[in-house]
Design a protein around this ligand. Structure first.
Ligand code: PEP
Ligand code: MN
Length: 260
């Protein structure tokens, strides 16, 4: 991708995001139990993954749906990290949880529903930790970029933008994955831009082709939801892939990186 903007690399331990290699963030939508996340961490580590994701505080549309295990799950995720050495990321929903979470996790995720929650953005930014900033599902590119500025102005330049689809009139997909928008933002910003085709489409049959498209466009990596038995996942089952499909994606990303 040709652009005159100097690109920033987000460093987390030995991992570089926004550098030469494309990165993979993978894991379940929600952490369902201690065994669930530890077993999945071990499996994904075997297959190959850069960052383990798992939801503890779940921003569900319906209050009757599974809301996540909260801090119990954050602790299980930390155990999974200690066992496997994987870098971990999870979403924070509330300002009051930030201080308690910051010593347990490596990366904070700001979800689509909170992209406009500037008080939360600032509070998380001040931890200095890397932040995955999901695009609001009705946010323009400018609004998304400006949300990133709220983080930057707190002195935190560890920002990873994540395109996760926007709401359009189309109903065959859960959201419309805006790859053109992600590409445009990548041209404009210094920060890495990754793509989440899981939330971006809501359909597991679309994950592989959109991973290929994202890498081919020069975006910096992908985030995908994976589960041992996707149909039994407590949240987002329809967009969740199994280990076999994940293996194909991981191999594809590995070969892509080798051939660069
Ligand atoms: C998630 O990644 O777990 C999530 C809830 O995504 P989003 O905020 O993009 O809906
Ligand atoms: Mn999900």
């Amino acid at each position: 991708m040709s652009t005159n903007i100097e690109k920033k690399v987000v460093n987390i331990g030995d991992l570089q995001i926004g550098g030469d290699k494309k990165i993979i963030i993978a894991g379940p939508c929600s952490i369902e139990s201690r065994d669930h996340i530890i077993d999945e961490a071990v499996e994904l580590k075997k297959i190959g993954v850069d960052i383990l994701r798992g939801g503890a505080f779940k921003p569900r549309t319906s209050p009757y749906d599974f809301q996540g295990l909260g801090f119990e799950a954050v602790n299980y995720l930390k155990e999974a990290k200690d066992k496997t050495g994987l870098i971990i990321a999870t979403e924070v929903l509330s300002e009051s949880d930030v201080d308690k979470m910051k010593d347990l996790i490596d990366i904070f995720q700001i979800g689509s529903r909170n992209m406009y929650n500037y008080a939360l953005l600032k509070k998380v930014a001040r931890t200095g930790k890397p932040i995955i900033l999901k695009r609001g599902f009705s946010a323009t590119l400018n609004e998304w970029e400006m949300a990133g500025k709220y983080i930057e102005l707190e002195g935190n330049s560890n920002i990873i933008f994540c395109e996760r689809g926007i709401r359009t009139f189309e109903r065959e997909t859960r959201n419309t994955l805006d790859l053109a928008g992600a590409y445009l933002l990548k041209k404009k910003t210094s920060y890495p831009v990754i793509v989440d085709p899981s939330h971006g489409t809501g359909r597991r049959d679309l994950i592989e082709p959109l991973v290929r498209a994202s890498l081919a466009m020069g975006l910096d990596g992908i985030m995908v939801e994976v589960h041992k038995c996707p149909d039994n996942a407590k949240s987002d089952a329809k967009q969740t892939i199994d280990y076999e499909t994940y293996k194909k994606i991981s191999e594809y990303v590995g070969k892509f990186n080798e051939n660069r």
